[in-house]
Design a binder for this molecule. Structure first.
Ligand SMILES: Cc1cc2nc3c(=O)[nH]c(=O)nc-3n(C[C@H](O)[C@H](O)[C@H](O)COP(=O)(O)OP(=O)(O)OC[C@H]3O[C@@H](n4cnc5c(N)ncnc54)[C@H](O)[C@@H]3O)c2cc1C
Length: 489
């Protein structure tokens, strides 16, 4: 990690190839060619590609959280029994971004994981995703790829009105995901300036670029700015967009539960496709419910979004670290129309009910939910299923709206037809799982905002919701910027 601007070649905004000037840094105020806010996959891959395409450019990467070696969660390391609400949640923030402790299911598809195809041709999105996949492979990603395209499971699902989304997925595994991030960190650390515990407080536009206001009055200037603040920075970024006059549009919020059951129940599915993304239109309400983030032999975990505890899951590639359970999310999508435009707040408030009632995440046996009673410690001890997360036994029907609960129950019965045993009494539901999506910005095909020179990428721009598309958006913007700096169209 460096703290002093590099000495070397750098070019100004709009400079042509011949306009690159060799300049000695005279320890002026901190000034860079490009600043990147956020070191999640989007910011990392923007930095990576910029340094590959344009090694002379002076880049600073600013991150509110810690570096990859320092970030650690006391709960994940079992040093505490419940979330201690660290001022900056290391699960959500730091080098590697939100998914650093995830098992890195890298979905090789443009069909889900984001909306980049609203801005770019599908072939380009697939090329970018393929490029990032190759980089990951060169850094140690496992060779195996699972495919749910033309699978037998897809046909069986269709017979029961469940729709399997076809895609290829490379499962990095929690340990490999971390290894790859460390290697990316090592690759970048000598090529760019990286600063951690460095929250950008405010973005100010100048005639010739941007000023970033940091804590304690420090300022950083740059000609170009790439904002990649992710989900955790989305509220902050929406506020900045308001000040800068950049139009934002509210996005959807997905609310639901994480299901955990014995791995054997889904084995025939997970062995074939690893992760089945199944979509179902409920008969009662006509709402879409989908399975999400399936973790064979995995673990249910909690995460802290701005002080609200929600649930998630992951699994290791190394079989010796497997649990005996499979988990996946069941999510109901909500897209609001006028006059309500705060889906983020809606998701947060629902999740805060489980925090209020359970002191964090709540778990309930499916059998208890159907019988209209809470799961107690006593009932849980009689369960044949050993939970992988120590959540509070309780009653999710007091937390989730009835419509969501009915949709989830209907989906569980539908899943039971292709994976008998899903509706067993012992199946555990953990709540609440919420997928917040940042407000979407007005962006052009270069991912550039109406403020010239300010690009926005990844989950924080509301254009992606997964590792593959977030990383791809970073590569795309870096290439656009490299062309601009070279004076090319
Ligand atoms: C537990 C978990 C598991 C997941 N598993 C998968 C998976 O298996 N497959 C998949 O495709 N996706 C997965 N995802 C989603 C995936 O991690 C995200 O889509 C991806 O990380 C988005 O990348 P990003 O770079 O846009 O944002 P992020 O990864 O969120 O990174 C943004 C970074 O910006 C920083 N930041 C924010 N505001 C500021 C500021 N003002 N100043 C400085 N820094 C700031 C944040 O601290 C953060 O580190 C998972 C997510 C979670 C939470």
């Amino acid at each position: 990690m460096g703290t002093v601007p590099r000495t070397g070649w750098f070019g100004g905004k709009g400079a042509g190839p011949g306009a690159l000037i060799k300049a000695r840094c005279l320890n002026m105020s901190e000034k860079y060619d490009a600043a990147i806010v956020g070191s999640g996959p989007a910011g990392i891959f923007a930095a990576y590609e910029l340094t590959v395409k344009f090694p002379q450019i002076k880049v600073i990467l600013l991150e509110e959280g810690q570096d990859i070696y320092t970030r650690s969660c006391p709960l994940a390391e079992k040093k505490v029994s419940a979330c201690v609400f660290c001022p900056s949640c290391a699960v959500m923030r730091g080098f590697g971004g939100t998914g650093a402790f995830s098992d890195g299911k890298y979905n090789i598809t443009a069909k889900f994981g984001g909306w980049l195809t609203d801005y770019l041709p599908e072939t380009l999105v697939m090329d970018l995703i393929g490029y990032v996949d190759k980089v990951n492979l060169s850094l140690g990603a496992p060779a195996a790829v699972f495919s749910s395209e033309n699978s037998a499971i897809g046909k069986k699902a269709l017979e029961h009105d469940l729709h399997l989304l076809g895609a290829k997925v490379r499962h990095l595994g929690t340990e490999n995901n971390m290894l790859i991030l460390r290697r990316l960190y090592e690759t970048l650390k000598d090529r760019i300036i990286m600063r951690f515990n460095s929250k950008v407080e405010r973005i100010i536009t100048r005639k010739d670029g941007f000023t970033l206001q940091m804590a304690k009055g420090a300022e950083i200037r740059s000609d170009w700015l790439i904002a990649a603040p992710g989900r955790s920075g989305s509220e902050w970024f929406a506020g900045q967009c308001g000040e800068l006059g950049i139009p934002v549009f509210s996005n959807q919020v997905d609310v639901g539960v994480r299901v955990e059951l014995p791995a054997e129940i889904f084995k025939h599915i997970t062995d074939e496709v690893y992760e089945a993304k199944l979509v179902y239109l409920t008969k009662q309400y006509g709402d879409f419910v989908r399975t999400f983030c399936m973790n064979p032999y995995g673990y249910v975990v909690t995460e802290n979004t701005d002080g609200i505890i929600t649930v998630n899951g992951h699994s290791y590639h190394d079989a010796s670290k497997n649990s005996r359970n499979t988990n996946f999310a069941l999510l109901v999508s909500n897209k609001f129309t006028q006059p309500f435009n705060q889906p983020h707040q809606y998701g947060k408030r629902i999740a805060s009910f489980s925090n209020m009632l359970g002191g964090g995440a709540i778990m309930q046996r499916f059998g208890d939910l159907i019988k209209g009673r809470r799961t107690s410690e006593r009932r849980l001890t009689k369960s044949f299923l050993l939970p992988t997360l120590a959540a509070t036994p309780g009653d999710l029907s007091l937390v989730l709206p009835k419509r969501h609960m009915d949709n989830i129950i209907e989906m569980i019965y539908a899943l039971d037809k292709i994976a008998p045993g899903t509706k067993n009494d012992d199946t555990l539901l953990y709540g609440v799982e919420v997928k917040f999506y940042s407000s979407r910005l007005e962006l052009d095909k270069n991912m550039e905002t109406p403020v010239k020179g300010l690009f926005a990428i990844g989950d924080g721009a509301g254009v992606t919701r997964g590792l593959a598309q977030a990383s791809a958006s970073g590569v795309h913007v870096a290439r656009v910027l490299a062309r601009r700096i070279s004076g090319l169209p």
